[in-house]
Design a binder for this molecule. Structure first.
Ligand code: NAD
Length: 522
């Protein structure tokens, strides 16, 4: 029984077992949260500059070990070495840099103003303090960049962290632990709990961390939100996407087609912000489709550790089966597979390979358009005018990223404003995840809350307001005892502060002074 619970890291290209890990037990989660909370008390009092010094050791370590880190990511997840560098390591280095440059500014005390404050001699400010312990649950598709960027910001702001990495990429989870060991953090502050989400997820929430940051699928996100509600714990949800890619009539087809191919097949299409639906103006669709097919057929499938490979394997059999189901559903309803569409074994490799697939003749009754495929498919659909393209793009339960293509940035911006999404990228796709200043998150089923950016920083702090009264009066005007004159005074005060005309305001001031007996007569 104990054996079946061992967590294995399996290379998705070769199916070789990389390593095995002893999972945490559900009962450990309470111990982990408590240990992190204990260590966090002193960490929160450590000046932010000193906390950042620890984290800059992570920066140095990463820069000196890029090859090793990339290799671990590739053999655990399957993506190519170049993708491990570009889409996993680089965003983490950018997060460290962002913390160093922007964290202090985003969390410095903030003085507030209000027209009443000077009159009533009030000083009010917001301070930003750590929340406590953050429970982070993360997926396998970006097993390094996603948890690392969240952990770094959480720790820099003075929190403790308990991380539950995906059971499909435990080798990267273990590497994250080892990287933070290098940072010399206080014992217990940051803990990695390896194991199945179905076993450790609920106990982690029940251990009552101060916030949960979950990145993963909609059903699990929904479940965790309910669990968090029972404990009244706030939760950030970074969930799935079905991102539209709109090619307007005046788009640069050469560039847009290359972007669509990359955006659909990077990480074998296993990206929350993958290009999953392509809408092309009817005047361009034929040419665009031909170029996309040609570029797709040039992609080299294989083991991601070979630097000359463009696309690695998928993570596991379950994911391949879903891609096949979506293609099968589309074909049954009249779609055409223009290239790809089947499993592959490049160089005789036994892993989870699937050919990059282009579909046409698709429509909004098909799963490949309505549901997250999370695999290497690129369905193309024509539209006849911009309003129709916007309606098609918004006809989805998801709203993570979007991409709009046009030679007129002005027109593209107009379209961008009307798309329901957390991010719209004009004349490119996907890449804003790599820039820590850009907020990351979605609307509708794509989740709630933000990571990255100043808005993401604020997810990890308690915004505490401190207000000081320096009133010389013995009693505030709104305290007891109540009277008719106070009632009239408050009404007049409202006129004085909020009435639109100057005369009305002046009248309000006089009436208020009279009512509160501040003019010396009754
Ligand atoms: P998943 O929901 O199956 O798993 C995510 C994490 O949750 C894993 O650590 C898993 O162990 C854990 N988990 C699973 N069941 C659980 C349960 N019952 N209770 C608590 N935790 C549980 O998702 P996945 O397959 O790892 O990742 C793919 C999904 O993640 C896709 O839908 C993708 O779009 C989404 N995703 C979103 C973003 C984003 O930024 N919005 C980024 C990456 C991935």
């Amino acid at each position: 029984m104990a054996e079946s619970k061992i967590i294995q890291s399996i290379n998705p290209a070769t199916l070789a077992v990389n390593a095995e890990f002893e999972p945490a037990s559900p009962g450990d989660m309470k111990t982990f949260v408590e240990a992190s909370r204990e260590a966090q008390k002193a960490w929160a009092r450590t000046p932010i500059r000193r906390r950042l010094e620890h984290l800059l050791k992570v920066n140095r370590f990463m820069l000196s070990n890029v090859d090793d880190i990339a290799r671990v990511i590739t053999i655990d997840n399957g993506k190519t070495l170049l993708e491990a560098v570009n889409t996993e390591i680089l965003p983490v280095l950018d997060t460290l840099n962002f913390c160093d440059s922007d964290l202090l500014r985003a969390t410095s005390d903030e003085k507030l103003s209000n027209p009443i404050f000077p009159v009533a001699r009030i000083e009010s400010s917001n301070i930003y303090e750590p929340l406590g312990v953050i429970g982070i649950i993360s997926p396998w598709n970006f097993p390094f960049a996603i948890p690392m960027s969240q952990i770094i910001v959480a720790l820099a702001l003075g929190n403790g962290v308990v991380l539950k990495p995906s059971e499909f990429t435990p080798l990267v989870g273990d590497m994250i632990k080892r990287i933070f060991d290098e940072a010399g953090l206080p014992e217990g502050l940051f803990i990695v709990a390896q194991g199945l989400g179905t076993e450790l997820g609920d106990p982690l929430v029940e251990a009552h961390p101060d916030k949960i940051v979950f990145t993963g699928s909609v059903p699990v996100g929904r479940h965790l939100m309910t669990k968090a509600a029972e404990q009244v714990i706030p939760i950030v949800l970074e969930l799935g996407g079905k991102d539209p890619f709109i090619v307007l009539e005046d788009a640069d087809v050469e560039r847009a087609s290359s972007a669509a191919v990359w955006g659909a097949f990077v990480n074998a299409g296993q990206v929350c912000a993958s290009v999953e639906r392509v809408y092309v103006h009817e005047s361009l669709v034929e040419h665009f489709t031909e170029v996309v097919i040609e570029k797709t057929q040039r992609l080299r499938l294989g083991d991601g550790t070979n630097p000359d490979v463009d696309m690695g394997p998928m993570i596991n059999e379950r994911r391949i089966a879903l891609v096949e189901a979506h293609i099968g559903d589309a074909v049954a309803k009249g779609a055409a597979v223009r290239t790809g569409g089947k499993r592959a074994s490049p160089g005789g490799l036994p892993g989870h390979f699937f050919e990059p697939t282009v579909l046409t003749g698709v429509n909004h009754t098909m799963d490949c358009i309505n549901e997250e495929t999370f695999g290497p498919t690129l369905p193309i659909m024509p539209f006849s005018n911009t309003a129709e393209a916007i309606d098609l793009a918004n006809d989805s339960k998801y709203g993570l990223l979007s991409s709009v293509w046009s030679r007129s940035t002005k027109n593209a911006r107009e379209v961008a404003r009307r798309i329901e999404a957390g991010t719209v990228i004009i004349n490119d796709c996907l890449f804003t995840y790599g820039f820590s200043q850009c907020p990351w998150g979605g609307v509708k089923n794509s989740g709630t809350g933000r990571t990255h950016s100043v808005h993401g920083i604020r997810e990890f702090v308690n915004i505490k307001n401190i207000t000081v009264s320096k009133s010389p009066l013995r009693e505030d005007l709104w305290w007891y005892p109540y009277s008719k004159s106070k009632f009239n005074g408050m009404k007049a005060g409202m006129q004085a502060l909020y009435c639109e005309g100057l005369r009305c305001r002046a009248g309000g001031i006089l009436d208020a002074l009279r009512s509160f007996n501040l003019l010396g007569n009754k």
